[in-house]
Ligand binder design. Structure first.
Ligand code: F6R
Length: 609
């Protein structure tokens, strides 16, 4: 939700800010803007525009370009106030100018107070309140004192980049519940909401912690607590480079990321296998701990929740430990019954999703053990969990998640194998066998990726539909949920996932020749039952796409198109079966002419409730 950047150094900063913002557009693209200290008259000059970064660039060509070596920038996902020039960031005045990611929850109260002091507001944003509050407290001499006062008054989430008129070679930054990193180069320093934004310039960065204040100048950065005490922080080096965060010859990030899945699995699984057995000890998760948990709760949002649903099926089936899967936004408000013997697993690619973070805090408050499965190193969820299992998918840029889902389910499989072995519901040999099958999955996926043309053809048959159903049973239902979300979020075709056996309890009345059905049938013991449901929808005119194993013989009448997948253990089929679902969604989006990587109204990292 919004991306912020900042640069101070020897170079002209406009190009650097725009380049960094281009790496953060996945966080929101309702508007963009930058503010720069003019190097001639040392005043803060701002330019901003509704729309994408390219609209800002167009506007900049028409107006005076900004010249200076210190500036901040913003790409917006609108929360308070519609997307418009006036609501775009940066906000502020000639004395203090800011960019903000997050939500100021008490902005109305603060606004009333500021209006009573004579301030006049231009925008409908919560951010303008912070800009004006900083101005109110700024005495022209002491920015840190001013920031301390403001931190005491604002409630909600924020990552802020701040320019003070009297400090033309300095950027101030603070954060709470919204991510922010501070990059360090030679004679230059950066702020950014995410690491890929600075990789072109440096791989070295600091993670700003909750309520810390950063002061950046050409010599690097100094850090203070919210009480103004100087602190030292560890400099981290990113373990991926700019190239791995770029498109690498693919037309879209999503396609590149789909193709990166085999490698992402290897990177995530290999370090967690010792002598053929699952081993999470490097993450601090021991067999003793695992044997003690009586119940497991998996909490996540969207695609990550779908990964958790696969986890539930597999853990329950193999280890016989009860697993409840909750949407983080619901979990928080349903007064869940948790206790100290429960393990709460938070799943998140970004590690910053506000609802998932809040659910983690709730679980910790009641004393439950918490473990997160997170992709972004050092993110809030990772830092606050008792145990972190990092997925090693590398940066996921496309808003629609693909490789992150894949590695999340890979972790759940390994966890289920280990838990089942510890609980003695499977033997050591069986555990080793399952692990060895999993290690073959990356190669199998390489073969499945060759079905791209078939998936593109299938997508061309669906692309004019307005509605679509996904059906499946058991793990195939979990998979259908993900296939459906993928399709709707990037192609804008409305779709629903249904447990195949549930159709006849209402939804089948929607089925006509205008309602294509994608049936997922990779679970052999449920195959005949799913095929019966397929026949039911076919009899009502639906065009059917059936996704199943190569080894299953399918009655020619049953489906219009059949996608046949390589055969491995049924339990592991979601890792194989999700690939054609991702590809169908991808090609449907391309064929509809949509912006695949940046679907409308969405953002990659959802740091608001
Ligand atoms: C869909 C998608 C979202 C995310 C969800 C959670 O393709 O990416 O549904 O899965 O917003 O995000 P994270 O995993 O960052 O917590």
């Amino acid at each position: 939700m919004c991306g912020i950047v900042g640069y101070i150094g020897e170079k002209e900063c406009t190009g650097i800010l725009l380049d960094s913002l281009s790496k953060l557009e996945y966080r929101g693209y309702d508007s963009a803007g930058i503010a720069v200290f003019d190097k001639h008259d040392k005043t803060i000059k701002t330019i901003k525009a509704k729309g994408r970064l390219k609209d800002l660039e167009k506007k900049m060509k028409g107006e005076d370009r900004l010249y200076g070596c210190c500036g901040i920038g913003h790409t917006r996902w609108a929360t308070h106030g519609e997307p418009s020039d006036i609501n775009s960031h940066p906000h502020g005045n000639a004395r203090v100018t800011i960019v903000h990611n997050g939500i100021i929850e008490n902005y109305k109260k603060l606004k009333e107070f500021l209006e009573s002091k004579g301030y006049v507001f231009e925008s409908q944003t919560d951010t303008e309140t912070v800009a004006k509050l900083l101005d109110y407290y700024y005495d022209g001499e002491n920015p840190i004192e001013c920031i301390k006062n403001v931190i005491n008054e604002i409630e909600g989430s924020y990552a802020l980049g701040i320019l003070f008129k009297d400090y033309p070679d300095t950027i101030y930054a603070i954060r709470k519940d919204s991510p922010l990193i501070v990059g360090k180069g030679k004679g230059e320093a950066f702020i950014a909401s995410d690491v890929p934004a600075i990789l072109k310039f440096t791989k070295n960065y600091y993670l700003l912690d909750e309520d810390e204040i950063a002061v950046l100048d050409r010599s690097g950065a100094k850090f203070y607590t919210k009480f103004g005490e100087l602190i030292t922080k560890e400099l981290i080096t990113a373990d991926f480079d700019e190239e791995s965060a770029a498109k690498g010859g693919y037309e879209h990030f999503m396609l590149k990321e789909i193709h990166e899945q085999p490698n992402a699995i290897k990177m995530t699984v290999t370090p967690r296998v010792t002598n053929g057995m699952p081993d999470f000890s490097e993450c601090g998760l021991t067999e003793k701990m695992l044997s003690g948990y009586k119940r497991i709760f998996v909490i996540a949002c969207g695609t990550a929740m779908h990964a958790g649903t696969v986890g539930k099926y597999v853990i329950e089936r193999l280890a016989r430990v009860p697993v409840t899967v909750d949407l983080a936004s619901e979990f928080r408000y349903r007064n869940p019954i948790l206790n100290k013997e429960d393990l709460v697993i938070l799943v998140s690619q970004s590690g910053e999703t506000a609802d998932t973070l809040a659910a983690l805090r709730l679980a910790k408050n009641v004393g439950a053990a918490t473990m997160s499965i997170v992709n972004v190193k050092g993110s809030s969820i990772a830092r606050e969990s008792d145990i972190v299992v990092y997925t090693h998918a590398g940066p996921e840029i496309s808003v629609a998640s693909t490789k992150a889902y894949m590695v999340q389910i890979a972790v759940f499989y390994l966890l289920a194998f280990q838990l089942a072995y510890i609980k003695k519901t499977i033997s050591k040999d069986e555990c080793k066998r399952l692990v060895s099958v999993m290690l073959k999955v990356p190669d199998i996926i390489e073969n499945v990726l060759e079905l791209s043309d078939t998936c593109s053809y299938v997508a061309s048959k669906l692309v004019n539909s307005e509605n679509l159903l996904y059906i499946g049973r058991g793990l195939d239902y979990a998979l259908s949920m993900e296939g459906s979300l993928k399709l709707k979020e990037i192609s804008y075709i409305h779709s629903e996932a249904y447990a195949a056996g549930e159709l006849k309890h209402g939804t089948i009345s929607l089925v006509t020749d205008q309602m294509p059905v994608i049936a997922v049938a990779t679970q052999r013991e449920l195959f005949d039952k799913t095929v019966s449901n397929v026949k039911e929808v076919k009899a009502r005119g639906a065009k059917v796409i059936l996704i199943t194993h190569k080894c299953m013989s399918v009655d020619e009448e049953a489906a219009d198109y059949v996608i046949k997948l390589p055969t491995i253990d049924d339990m592991l089929m979601p890792m194989i079966g999700v690939v054609p679902l991702q590809l169908i969604a991808y090609y449907a989006s391309v064929l509809r002419g949509n912006d695949v990587d940046k679907p409308r109204n969405l953002a990659k990292s959802v740091t608001v409730e």
